[in-house]
Ligand binder design. Structure first.
Ligand SMILES: CCCCCCCCCCCCC[C@H](O)CC(=O)SCCNC(=O)CCNC(=O)[C@H](O)C(C)(C)COP(=O)(O)OP(=O)(O)OC[C@H]1O[C@@H](n2cnc3c(N)ncnc32)[C@H](O)[C@@H]1OP(=O)(O)O
Ligand SMILES: NC(=O)c1ccc[n+]([C@@H]2O[C@H](COP(=O)([O-])OP(=O)(O)OC[C@H]3O[C@@H](n4cnc5c(N)ncnc54)[C@H](O)[C@@H]3O)[C@@H](O)[C@H]2O)c1
Length: 310
C-alpha cells in the first residue's frame, strides 16, 4: 500500500504475461468450465475438459465453438480466414475426458468448476490429490464456499487456491485470485501470472465468504427477489430500475436467471447453514419453489422469465 492508502498494482495483472502453466485441466464442462476452457485455449494453452459424460462434453464443445466464433468475429472483423483459423486452432487445443484422474496426468494446473457442493468437491479433490503430478496446482472456481475448507482434503495445501471467474467468462474481465491460509507465495504468483496470460485483470482476496464480488452481489440479488416476492414491483420493473437507475448491464432477476437459480440456491442455503442468524441469507420460498419446479433460469428455458431453448 502506498502513502495514500492506495494498493499498488505490483501483483495485479492487467496485461498479458508469460505463464509457466501450459497444460490445464478444467473439471466441469457447464457454464463456467466451458468458458474457462475456452479462454485458456484462446491463450494458447493445452486444455483437457472433464465432465461426467460425452453428451455434456459435446454440448460444451458446441457452446465453446459458438463463443469462439463471437470472439473471432470481433478480433478479425476484416479477415474471415484468420477468424476461422483462430477458432479451429483454439478448438484443436481442447481435449475432453470423462475420467478426472486420467484427465489430470499432464496438468500443471487443475481448475475445478463442478457443482457448488462441498462433499462432491471433496470427493473429487481427494481422488485428484492421489493421482496428479506433485507439481500440479489445484484451484476451485467456487462462488461461495471456503477455499480452505475445500482444500482441507488434499495434502498439497501449499498448491491449493481459489480462481473465481465471472459469467460469461470470455467477456467478464475480472479474476478473483484467492489465497488460502496455506497457499504458498509461488502458487499465488503462478495463479496471478496464469490469469494475466488469459488476459484477465486479477484482484487478490482473502478466503472470506463471497470474496469481494459475491459478498456484495448475493445480498443485492436476494433483496431483489424478496422485493418481487412481496409484490412491491414487477420483475421487469425491478430489472429496468437497476439498469437505468444504477447503470448495471443486467437487472438482478435477469442476472439470477443468467447465473442459474440452482447455483443461487446452493449459495444462499450454504451461507444460511453457516450463518443462521444473518437475515440476508434466510431462505427465499419463491426461489425454492422455482428450483423445485426445474425452473433454473436461462439454462432450462425458464426462471423469473421465459427463454427460447437453444
Ligand atoms: C435468486 C436468489 C438469490 C439468492 C441470493 C443468491 C444470489 C447469488 C448470485 C450470485 C451468483 C454468483 C455467480 C458467480 O460466482 C459470480 C458471477 O459470475 S456474477 C455474474 C457476473 N456477470 C454479469 O454481471 C453479467 C452482466 N451482463 C453483461 O455484462 C451483459 O449483459 C452480457 C452478458 C455480456 C450480454 O450482453 P448483451 O449486450 O445483453 O448481449 P449480447 O449478446 O449482445 O452480448 C454483448 C457482447 O458480448 C459478447 N458475448 C456475450 N456472451 C459471450 C460469450 N459467452 N462469449 C463470447 N462473447 C460473448 C457478444 O458477442 C457481444 O459482442 P458485440 O456484438 O458487442 O461485439
Ligand atoms: N454460474 C455462474 O455464474 C458461476 C460464476 C462463477 C462461479 N461459479 C461456480 O462455478 C462452479 C460451476 O458452476 P456452473 O454454473 O458452471 O455449473 P453448471 O451446473 O453449469 O456445471 C457444472 C458441471 O459440472 C459437472 N460435474 C458435476 N460433478 C462432476 C464431477 N464429479 N466430475 C466432473 N464433472 C462434474 C456437471 O455435469 C456440470 O456439467 C460452481 O462452483 C459455481 O458456484 C458459477
Amino acid at each position: 500500500m502506498n502513502q495514500l492508502g492506495v494498493i499498488t498494482r505490483q501483483f495485479s495483472c492487467s496485461s498479458a504475461v508469460q505463464s509457466a502453466i501450459k497444460n490445464v485441466t478444467v473439471i466441469g464442462g457447464g457454464l463456467m468450465g466451458s468458458g474457462i476452457a475456452q479462454v485458456a485455449a484462446q491463450a494458447g494453452q493445452n486444455v483437457t475438459l472433464v465432465d461426467v459424460n460425452g453428451d455434456i462434453l459435446a454440448k460444451a464443445q458446441k457452446s465453446i465453438g459458438n463463443n469462439l466464433g463471437r470472439v473471432a468475429k470481433k478480433m478479425y472483423k476484416d479477415n474471415p480466414q484468420e477468424a476461422e483459423k483462430f477458432v479451429s486452432e483454439s478448438m484443436g487445443r481442447i481435449k475432453t475426458a470423462t475420467d478426472p484422474v486420467s484427465g489430470s496426468q499432464t496438468a500443471d494446473l487443475v481448475v475445478e468448476a463442478i457443482v457448488e457442493n462441498i462433499d462432491i468437491k471433496h470427493q473429487l479433490f481427494q481422488k485428484l490429490d492421489q493421482a496428479a503430478p506433485d507439481h500440479t496446482i489445484f484451484a476451485s472456481n467456487t462462488s461461495s464456499l471456503s477455499v480452505n475448507e475445500i482444500g482441507a482434503v488434499v495434502k498439497r495445501k501449499d498448491k491449493f487456491g481459489g480462481l473465481h471467474f465471472f459469467n460469461p467468462v470470455p467477456v467478464m474481465r475480472l479474476l478473483e485470485v484467492v489465497r488460502g491460509a496455506e497457499t504458498s507465495e509461488t502458487t499465488y504468483r503462478s495463479m496471478m501470472d496464469w490469469g494475466k496470460a488469459l488476459g484477465k485483470t486479477c484482484i487478490t482476496c482473502k478466503d472470506t465468504p463471497g470474496f469481494v464480488v459475491n459478498r456484495l452481489l448475493v445480498p443485492y440479488i436476494a433483496e431483489a427477489i424478496r422485493l418481487f416476492e412481496r409484490g412491491d414491483a414487477s420483475a421487469k420493473d425491478i430489472d429496468i430500475a437497476m439498469k437505468l437507475g444504477a447503470g448495471y448491464p443486467m437487472g438482478p432477476l435477469e442476472l439470477a436467471d443468467y447465473v442459474g437459480l440452482d447455483t443461487n440456491k446452493f449459495i444462499l442455503d450454504g451461507w444460511h447453514k453457516k450463518y443462521p442468524d444473518q437475515q440476508l441469507f434466510k431462505p427465499i420460498p419463491l426461489l425454492n419453489k422455482l428450483v423445485s419446479e426445474g425452473k433454473l433460469g436461462v439454462k432450462t428455458g425458464e426462471g423469473f422469465y421465459k427463454y427460447e431453448k437453444k
